[in-house]
Design a protein around this ligand. Structure first.
Ligand SMILES: Nc1ncnc2c1ncn2[C@@H]1O[C@H](COP(=O)(O)OP(=O)(O)OP(=O)(O)O)[C@@H](O)[C@H]1O
Ligand SMILES: [Mg+2]
Length: 363
């Protein structure tokens, strides 16, 4: 029966819509949607298959489904061909379409950035050191603490979280900071953002900063998400009518439409990160500072953030400062990297060199 049905050319057709024809492994999904042009779409079944062009034995076969959409996550770098077969149930006729896909590790999509030491610096870290005073004794109660304070017996020891750090970041540069836990990266970012003042040395910044430093910094957990968007926006220097105008974009990017009236204390940490990232990147700041804020989002949101950061980097005038333990992300995003280890500056230079040396730590 099916044989006879295929003898006649089908009287219907479909369009194969793809979100893009290329993507980055681990960062992007490609989405496909077969849009039938006639009839009731419930009368159709969809069957997607993909093949690795370089190795046709590598086939991803999805069974026939009722939904017209298909998400393809690249298993690795390479060229693939996606085939979509749409079958009309009522007469068993099929139509087939194919689409080429190309996946890369991101290196070939990177803009070429040439470091020019003579260009204006937007961030200048000049021999910066940070010394924290840590109480050297433990007190069991506030009373004991006050007695020691009154008797001038409070003792502190100095802790050097950063020791003579020097680097400059140029306009439009994507600059990374790497180092093991407790090495001073967040402290460095806080000094640049003006949250902390350096104990020694000087840090100068030219331009507006959108800092994504600590989760929830700039938020009031008792207020609703909506109120917090206005509060945080005001802290970033946006006027109320500006936030009014962009409010929906912020909510859409965060994908939290139904949670706007909920107090932030009931949000999960990933949801807070979504709001924070959406506000900070709704316009192009001069300088975007990102400290691991992405890592609590789920993988889809991380991909979305990575794409947004990439757009900002590729605009060539937003300066991005990125701290992450995801060394692949740093390698894909950054032009230059500074490695700070236990407060000391170990290396400063092109991303590939510094990341290779840093990764050598574990060997
Ligand atoms: N306010 C503070 N008072 C005392 N010590 C502090 C303070 N803030 C940070 N430190 C110390 O400074 C050091 C550097 O901390 P920092 O948070 O900058 O590290 P980091 O490189 O961001 O680490 P991670 O990778 O774990 O985020 C740590 O030893 C930390 O305990
Ligand atoms: Mg940190």
């Amino acid at each position: 029966m099916a044989q006879n049905a295929q003898d006649k050319a089908p009287s219907w057709d479909f369009r194969l819509l793809a979100s893009a024809d290329h993507g980055i492994v681990g960062e992007d999904n490609l989405f496909f949607d077969a849009e039938v042009t006639q009839g009731d779409e419930r009368d159709y079944r969809y069957h997607y298959t993909w093949v690795n062009d370089a190795d046709p034995t590598e086939i991803g076969d999805d069974t026939e489904r009722e939904r017209s959409t298909f998400g393809f996550i690249a298993p690795h770098v390479g060229d693939f061909t996606l085939t979509c077969v749409v079958r009309r149930v009522s007469d068993d006729q099929t139509v087939t379409k194919t689409a080429p896909m190309h996946f890369t590790d991101g290196s070939e999509l990177r803009r070429t950035y040439v470091y020019d030491p003579n260009e204006e610096s937007v961030i200048k870290v000049d021999d910066v050191s940070m010394v924290f005073n840590i109480a050297s004794e433990q007190f069991n109660s506030l009373k004991e603490y006050f007695i020691a304070l009154m008797r001038h017996e409070l003792k502190f020891k100095e802790f050097r979280a950063l020791d003579h750090i020097n680097f400059e970041v140029k306009r439009g540069e994507a600059f990374g900071l790497v180092g093991t836990n407790g090495s001073g990266k967040s402290t460095m970012l806080k000094i640049i953002a003006g949250v902390l003042e350096a104990s020694e040395g000087k840090c100068t910044v030219n331009g507006t900063i959108a800092p994504l430093i600590e989760l929830g910094a700039g938020f009031d957990m008792e207020l609703t998400a909506k109120e917090n968007i206005y509060l945080n926006g005001a802290l970033l220097g946006y006027r109320k009518d500006f936030i009014d105008e962009h409010f929906q974009d912020i909510v859409d990017f965060a994908e939290l439409q139904d949670f706007m009236e909920m107090p932030l204390k009931n949000y999960s940490s990933g949801m807070v990160a979504r709001i924070a990232f959406s506000i900070a990147t709704i316009t192009e700041p001069d300088i975007l500072i990102v400290d691991e804020a992405l890592s609590v989002g789920d993988f889809l949101f991380q991909q979305k953030c990575a794409r947004r950061i990439r757009q900002l980097v590729e605009s060539n005038h937003v300066t991005v400062l990125l701290v992450s333990h995801d060394i692949n992300l740093v390698e894909r995003m950054c032009d230059r990297v500074c490695w700070i280890e236990k407060g000391h500056q170990r290396m400063l230079g092109p991303t590939a060199e510094v990341c290779a040396a840093y990764k050598g730590l574990g060997e």
